[in-house]
Design a protein around this ligand. Structure first.
Ligand code: 6PG
Length: 254
């Protein structure tokens, strides 16, 4: 089945983060309605904070069946979960602390473990145990929310990090990221591209060059950008941008 890619450009960053929140809500509600549970993996960084704050508001309205949702993380920094740089801490403070959700439904990445390779393999086993598999055996998330760095990284797969980028078998890896001088734990593309829906939320002028390449560039230019490899095998990929991030591309606000 052809891969479906949808691009939506919103005029303002708040409109983009609001659209991302609406899309997340819709996907979660449809997944629970159709299959009784929703399996999601969230992104770190700064951009999705506002989306998580909007999703947190659903706790008061009951609009989302959070008690039926399993929450995973697409990547994590090599810091404790209470560290200011932790993606888990950011998601906990903007979203999870407000939700009617039990700790057993939340699966932080153990990216501060002593043996990171062993911890990544263990996290993969947790994903395999909890997230229902497709016919090819890969766990199928209902939703993976991703961001994109100004140099084209997504999750914690950065340009020139072939150990993660070229991984074809392992679904979660820990690897050294030279540009950061640190190790990261991350989903790999075999797992990302097994998802039913992937939302890539990109805002800000600093993303304009790389977004233009992702949206309009030739294969050669795109081949250097990890985010260009987000292509669900038979799921949908929705790229949500604000006008600033899309300004060098051929896409404009509706
Ligand atoms: C992280 C994220 C990462 C993020 C991009 C964009 O650990 O930082 O998971 O992949 O999505 O770096 O970050 P911003 O949203 O902060 O620009």
């Amino acid at each position: 089945m052809p891969r479906e890619r949808k691009v939506v450009v919103e005029s303002l960053p708040d409109d983009a983060t609001r659209l991302a929140a609406e899309l997340c809500k819709t996907i979660i509600c449809e997944s629970v309605a159709q299959r009784g549970r929703a399996y999601i993996a969230l992104s770190g960084g700064i951009t999705p904070r506002a989306t998580y704050q909007l999703l947190a508001k659903t706790a008061m309205t009951g609009a989302v069946p959070w008690s039926q949702v399993e929450v995973f993380f697409g990547d994590e920094r090599d810091v404790p979960h209470d560290d200011v740089d932790s993606n888990f801490r950011m998601v906990q403070q903007t979203l999870l602390d407000y939700l009617p959700i039990t700790p057993s439904q939340v699966h932080p990445m153990p990216a501060d473990a002593e043996d990171l390779d062993r911890a990544a393999a263990a996290y993969e086993q947790t994903v395999r145990k909890i997230v229902p598999a497709r016919a090819d055996g890969r766990p199928c998330f209902d939703l993976i929310l991703l961001g994109m760095g100004a140099e084209g990284h997504t999750a914690s797969m950065f340009p020139c990090t072939p150990e993660a980028l070229e991984e074809k078998t392992r679904l979660v890896v820990a690897h050294f990221v030279p540009v950061l001088g640190r190790r990261r734990m991350t989903f790999t593309f075999p797992l990302i591209n097994a998802a039913r829906s992937v939302i890539v939320l990109v805002t800000g002028d600093d993303k304009a060059n790389v977004a233009a390449t992702i949206l309009d560039g030739d294969e050669q230019a795109k081949s250097k950008l990890p985010a260009a490899r987000i292509a669900p095998d038979d799921g949908q990929c929705m790229l949500v941008l604000d006008a600033a991030a899309a300004r060098r591309s051929s896409f404009r606000p509706a």
